[in-house]
Design a protein around this ligand. Sequence first.
Ligand code: FAD
Length: 342
Amino acid sequence: MNDLSNQTEDFSDIRDAVRSLCQGYPGEYWREKDRKREYPTEFVQALTDSGFLAVLIPEIYGGSELGIQEAAAILEEIHKSGCNGAACHAQMYIMGTLLRHGSEEQKKKYLPGIASGELRLQAFGVTEPGSGTDTTSIRTFAKREGDEYVVNGQKVWTSRAEHSDLMLLLARTTPKDEVTKRIGEEGKGFRYILDGMKAERILIGAECIGDSRWFIQKASEYAKDRKVFQRPIGQNQGIQFPIAKAYAQSEAADLMVRKAASLFDSGKPCGKEANMAKLLAADASWEAADVCLQTHGGFGFAEEYDIERKFRETRLYRIAPVSTNLILSYLAEHVLGLPRSF
Ligand SMILES: Cc1cc2nc3c(=O)[nH]c(=O)nc-3n(C[C@H](O)[C@H](O)[C@H](O)COP(=O)(O)OP(=O)(O)OC[C@H]3O[C@@H](n4cnc5c(N)ncnc54)[C@H](O)[C@@H]3O)c2cc1C
């Protein structure tokens, strides 16, 4: 079948290399990890050894000094190959904050180890039991004591915390009732973390595009092969049209992911684009997942087809790291100037 991504010229060397690495981690590997709820250590190690997780790190610190666009291509290919970058994508998007706002001392101290794989920077602690979606209400507090910060608080849902040596942690330095502006300049930490969040939204958008392409490819192949009423099910427009629509939605979302990534790399504002990229790509991958499952009928639930696993994996991105509603609220109130609802 034709390459559904239709973009082999875009970082094609990187994409080819990622695809070839991913061939060593087929469906059986992910099914086993999923069944045992195990971390894909071997896969993450292979990505580290190949330098893919260090693409954003400057060359002087041992990385390849590429941009978010290349990082997005890597994560998209991982997902398009049926693998899952969620085990290690944080290292890339946290880098957005560390590279732009970390001190030279921090960079020298941490980046070489991260590039070589000796140090894992895989965790991003934002969500708290009491604040959830309302990030400006976090209670974890960092109190300055001499040269150090003493941190007290509670975080939940910090993915990969047990597989990470370092964590980017969101904490407040001013009690909430003393804050005058909710997205405050005080300490500048929130602004710094927003850069990380933009990178996170773009990269997760790229993963969703990869998932979407995987689902559309699977659905198209199956629709051609599976015969019911003595003809391929894909001959029925009731099967064809949803696949075609999911394809169009995915291609459109990809344009926004690319636009956001290119703005990010050129250092231009991209809050609106990064949020729309994540919103559209997560919706597109969910649509593609649903269509793929429907196309497979009952076999969509058979573990060995990998569809129900990918279906669960991609559904997450309409909730985390930021839910669809919160992106819509940001667009409505901060971009379109509608009255604030909370
Ligand atoms: C598998 C997984 C991995 C995660 N990894 C991380 C991680 O590594 N680091 C981290 O910090 N967090 C992580 N999270 C947390 C994730 O970011 C949050 O679950 C998410 O931000 C939503 O917060 P919540 O679950 O508290 O939902 P809530 O804030 O309780 O919201 C529940 C629902 O209500 C909606 N809602 C809330 N307020 C409004 C409103 N004003 N208007 C309209 N709708 C509203 C939300 O959109 C959501 O659908 C992870 C979550 C999961 C499930």
